[in-house]
Design a protein around this ligand. Structure first.
Ligand code: 5GP
Length: 114
């Protein structure tokens, strides 16, 4: 049996986290090492390792994550200016292999950088 991911352990309350939102498909937590004053992680309950590992059967989950980002950003008060980042693969900086969307807000973003 494959080992539980860090985020599955957080979802299962085996590891503590600051949970700001949850529903039947996903959970949102504060990042433990924030890269912006508001740095949240939106995580599907299903442990899809990377974005490229999602399959057509995950279509509803992926759509749900994108729609829920808006609700979570509104709840956090950053809906006027935030970024959503998905790191796919170690080469792109992914360190936890359980799909997650970073929401970064309350930060001055430069116009010429991603
Ligand atoms: P990645 O680099 O995989 O895109 O993002 C993983 C994120 O998870 C990082 O921003 C990192 O700070 C965060 N993280 C790692 N371990 C923990 C933890 O135990 N709790 C929380 N809340 N965030 C974590």
């Amino acid at each position: 049996m494959s080992e539980e991911t860090l985020f599955t352990r957080i979802i299962n309350r085996e590891i503590p986290a600051d949970i700001v939102y949850e529903d039947e498909h996903c959970i949102a937590i504060r990042d433990i090492a924030p890269k912006a004053p508001t740095h949240l992680l939106v995580i599907p309950r299903k442990p899809i390792p990377r974005l490229v590992d999602a399959s057509p059967e995950d279509k509803a989950i992926l759509g749900h994550l994108m729609l829920t980002v808006g609700d979570i950003a509104r709840q956090a008060g950053v809906e006027e200016a935030f970024r959503v980042v998905v790191n796919n693969g170690a080469g792109a900086g992914q360190t936890v292999f359980h799909l997650h969307l970073h929401i970064l807000g309350n930060k001055k973003f430069s116009e010429d950088s991603l």
